[in-house]
Each structure stands twice: as C-alpha cells, then as structure tokens.
Write a protein that binds this ligand. Structure first.
Ligand code: F6R
Length: 245
C-alpha cells in the first residue's frame, strides 16, 4: 500500500481523476469500480471536464459500483444509481448499458448475487475507487468482529446512518440496509485507490496509515495487504493523523 499526500483535497481529486484518465487512455475497454458519497464528486466533475475536452473517451469502459441502499428504487434521488447518472454517467460518453449499480428493490439476496456476478464478469476491475467511512468502512463493509468476502446485504451502523443523514431530509429516511461488494471483491481489483479528506476521517485514516495492524474493526486496514493500493490524502488530514511522507 502506498500513501500520497497532496496539498489540498482539490489536488487529491485532480491526481485521482488523472489516474483514471491515464488508465482509460492506456486501456480503452477497462473495467472501473466506482464509489458514491461526497468524496468522489469533484473527481467525477474533473472526469466530465476531461471527457468534454476530448482528453478521455469512455465509450468502451465498463463500470461496477460498490454498493446500493436496500429499499429505494434507482429513480430515487438518494439511490446510488441516480447519484452515478447525475454526477457522472449522464455527462460523459459512456454506454449506460455498460454501467452497473446493484438494484435496491425486489429480492435483495438475488440483487447481491447479481452484484457478485458483475464483479466477476470480464475479470477483476482494473481500478477500484474507494471513499472511507468515519468508522473505516469501505463500500458498506462495516466495522465488526468479522467481515464478509463476497457481495452481501449489510446492516448499516449508527455511525454510517448518522454520517449519511446529511443527504436525506431526516435521519429516519436513511435506509438501514445496503447491498455491498464484499472485502474479497475489493481486494481482487488490480489497483485500489482510496481517497479521504476531512477531520471526521482522522480515526479511520490513523488506523490505515500509521501502523501495520489489520483489524476488522477498521475494514480499510485490509488494504495493507494489497500490493497495488494507493491512499490519497491531503496535507490537512495527513497532519491531523501525524503522518509524515
Ligand atoms: C460509497 C461507499 C462508502 C463511502 C463512505 C464515505 O459508495 O461505498 O463507503 O465511500 O461512506 O462517504 P463520503 O465520501 O460521503 O464521506
């Protein structure tokens, strides 16, 4: 695992957008694993700009998203399908048939099984983008005494529900369950890029970059075992955790 410290969150996003652009240029039919949440939004904005400027062509790219809430349809403005369409897919030249976000409605077990088959279809993702929860979750693999390898249904913790309440009218509206890729799915990606910013992430990032401990209580620490994982943090966060490059 490698740690990159940038001067600012905007610079972090530019670095990561540049990695994705370079990968797509090198391998036009690549497979990207994508994330939602607040953190990647400026990365997607930069990719849209690059696409419009003719710097990158998404026409052959396939994508699979990390997760989706249970119980809300893809048309709901807080579904992750809606997020991906409005923050990225609607604005770039990707074929939406080549984009996959798990279904949040219907038979959740079957939807998780379908996500797992999409993770495997065509081989491992060339790049998996990740954010990180305040409790160290990646995708919705929550801090717990055990972790699950494959796609599954996860019960969201109080910490995650509180953090995500900002996107909903009221906390009670935040779904309590989600379909998520498992830890093995994430670890199978050829390259994993985790981006974090903000002081709420200090405990999680401390556990990730400051020691060699791997614990299910901070699922992100599994990335220490990935030989091509990159953690991108800004100086403010690096200073707050005491990380020295
Ligand atoms: C989103 C996801 C989550 C988020 C995490 C951080 O698809 O899998 O793990 O990356 O909750 O969210 P933000 O970026 O909103 O702080």
């Amino acid at each position: 695992m490698k740690v990159i410290v940038t001067g600012s969150y905007d610079e972090s996003c530019a670095v990561v957008a540049g990695m994705i652009r370079d990968l797509v240029n090198e391998k036009p039919a690549c497979k990207l694993g994508l994330a939602t949440g607040g953190t990647p939004v400026p990365i997607y904005k930069k990719l849209i700009e690059m696409n419009k400027a003719g710097e990158v062509d998404f026409s052959q790219v396939h994508t699979v998203n990390l997760d989706e809430y249970c119980g809300i349809p893809g048309t709901h403005d807080q579904s992750y399908r809606y997020f991906m369409d409005t923050n990225l897919f609607n604005h770039i030249n990707i074929d939406k048939a080549n984009t996959y976000v798990a279904k949040g409605m219907g038979d959740f077990e079957a939807n998780a099984a379908e996500l797992e088959s999409k993770v495997r279809e065509g081989g491992a993702a060339d790049l998996q983008l990740l954010g990180i929860g305040n409790n160290g979750h990646i995708a919705f693999n929550e801090a717990s005494d055990h972790l699950i390898s494959v796609a599954h249904i996860e019960t969201l913790t109080e910490s995650t529900i509180n953090a995500n309440a900002r996107f909903f009218e009221k906390k009670e509206d935040v779904p309590t369950k989600a379909i998520t890729m498992g830890m093995g799915d994430i670890m199978a990606a050829k390259c994993v890029v985790l981006v974090a910013t903000g002081l709420a992430k200090v405990p999680a990032i401390k556990g990730l970059v400051m020691d060699d401990v791997i614990t299910t209580q901070n699922p992100s620490t599994m990335l220490k075992m990935h030989e091509n994982a990159v953690v991108v943090i800004d100086k403010e966060l690096a200073d707050a955790v005491g990380y020295k490059a």
